[in-house]
Design a protein. Structure first.
Ligand SMILES: [Zn+2]
Length: 437
């Protein structure tokens, strides 16, 4: 195995221009989200690369203009040997004011061992190094016994769950690696759910009636939905502090379970008492919680706050949780992902990482969310393991180290060679898939 890893390492160094080339091609596709609906060309490029690698591919539309490409390379003895799923997203976040970029965002600039361009760290870099790893194995003539699956998805940056559409089609594997930004650490993640809290008055009042709603003897039992929302926000802060004190999870800083009031909308215009107010919140939770549980906790707490208010008691806040797209529905869900520290594949990945990088593998929790949560929720043991730093993801002059990209490819190629030649143990049980929506 050491010999093989050395061969892989040597070939990776020799062929590094090809790795840069794949990344250059991927970055040149302006797959920015929002607006999204622009990944077809990029996806057909990935499809061609997979076809050249001997994969069979299928594709489907997530939204018009956004396609998912899924490939399968059948192993020689699929039934008895471990399978692997590689997953990545093709969409990237907006560039913002291009004038603030020193380097052109959709052209790769190489400078002092760094590659600049939108998506280099999140996560076209990881896509490129994953495809390159497969090419290395092909060139070395290594045929794996277990199946390899590759999912090139879109929609991740807008919570559009392209990966969920893959698992909804029944795609499974013994282990999965999502090559999203993790600085070559092995990560699980907390979960995120967004929600809307709405306060709505049954009556609409003229601004001129305000004094009768707030002063002694006024006689109008009305309220400003905006002012009542202030109470709701206070209630959310109370619950957030309570969670910070009472909840914890290994590898997460205390207080990671936040409730962010991210957007507020309300009122008609200055001539009215606001009869409706809507608050968009973003909730982070730990891997030992489900989004249903945290949503329920928030509802119960806020309804208790409302019960203590004479007007809200009869006009309780309304809740709408999650959604399938931040663009289409203004809502999203990312399930949490726990790392199974005893999983056989994790041991192999850690070992390959250490062999290649000469550094001990770090297993930890990401401070962000990725599609890996959908794989875990579908019962596929998964980790996030990709090149690039979170500080660079979404940033102006986004960049990745070429050295790290190469290292990712080497580790991945070595891992695939080993894992997909490992016999399945008889005790292997597929975890029950959890329904998400
Ligand atoms: Zn990403």
């Amino acid at each position: 195995m050491r010999d093989l890893q050395e061969k892989i390492n040597r070939l990776a160094e020799e062929r590094q221009e090809r790795l840069i080339d794949i990344l250059r091609t991927l970055v040149a596709f302006e797959t920015v989200s929002p607006p999204a609906r622009n990944t077809e060309e990029a996806q057909s490029y990935v499809k061609d690369v997979l076809l050249n690698l001997g994969f069979e591919t299928e594709e489907w539309e997530l939204f018009p203009g956004d396609r998912i490409v899924a490939g399968t390379k059948q192993g020689e003895r699929s039934e008895e040997y471990q399978s692997l799923l590689l997953n990545g997203h093709m969409d990237v976040v907006a560039v913002g004011d291009e004038a603030s970029w020193k380097y052109p965002p959709f052209v790769i600039t190489e400078e002092e061992g760094l590659l600049y361009g939108r998506g280099t760290s999140d996560m076209k870099g990881g896509m490129a190094s994953s495809l390159f790893a497969l090419e290395l194995l092909q060139e070395l003539g290594i045929k794996q016994k277990g199946d390899i699956f590759f999912q090139s998805v879109t929609g991740e940056e807008a919570g559009e769950a392209g990966t969920k559409s893959c698992v909804d089609r029944g795609m499974k594997a013994d282990f999965a690696i999502v090559a999203d930004t993790s600085n070559l650490e092995i990560h699980g993640q907390g979960g995120v759910i967004t929600g809307w809290i709405t306060i709505k008055s049954k009556e609409t009042y003229h601004d001129g009636l305000r004094s009768r709603m707030i002063h002694a003897g006024g006689g109008i039992n009305g309220a400003s939905a905006i002012e009542k929302m202030a109470k709701v926000i206070e209630g959310l802060q109370e619950l957030e502090r309570h969670w910070a004190i009472t909840k914890s999870y290994p590898e997460f800083p205390m207080g990671s379970t936040t409730i962010n009031p991210s957007v507020i909308e309300g009122g008609r215009n200055a001539a009215f008492i606001a009869d409706e107010c809507r608050l968009w919140i973003t909730v982070h939770f730990y891997p030992n919680e489900t989004y249903e549980e945290v949503a329920k906790e928030i509802e119960e707490h806020i309804l208790a706050v409302a019960m203590a208010d004479p007007w809200m008691k009869n006009n309780p806040p309304l809740f709408k949780w999650g959604g399938k797209s931040m663009i289409e529905e203004r809502g999203e869900v990312f399930p949490a992902l726990d790392v199974d520290h005893t999983h056989e594949a994790l041991a192999v990945l850690k070992e390959q990482h250490q062999t290649v990088s000469k550094r001990k593998a770090v297993v930890s929790m990401s401070s962000t969310v990725t599609d890996a949560g959908w794989l875990g929720a579908a019962g596929i043991p998964a980790v996030i393991y990709g090149p690039g730093k979170l500080d660079d993801a979404h940033a102006v002059d986004e960049k990745v180290e070429l050295h790290q990209l190469l290292e990712h490819s080497k580790v991945l190629a070595g891992f695939i060679a080993k894992w997909c030649s490992t016999e399945r143990s008889n005790t292997h049980d597929e975890a029950e898939a959890r329904a998400i929506y």
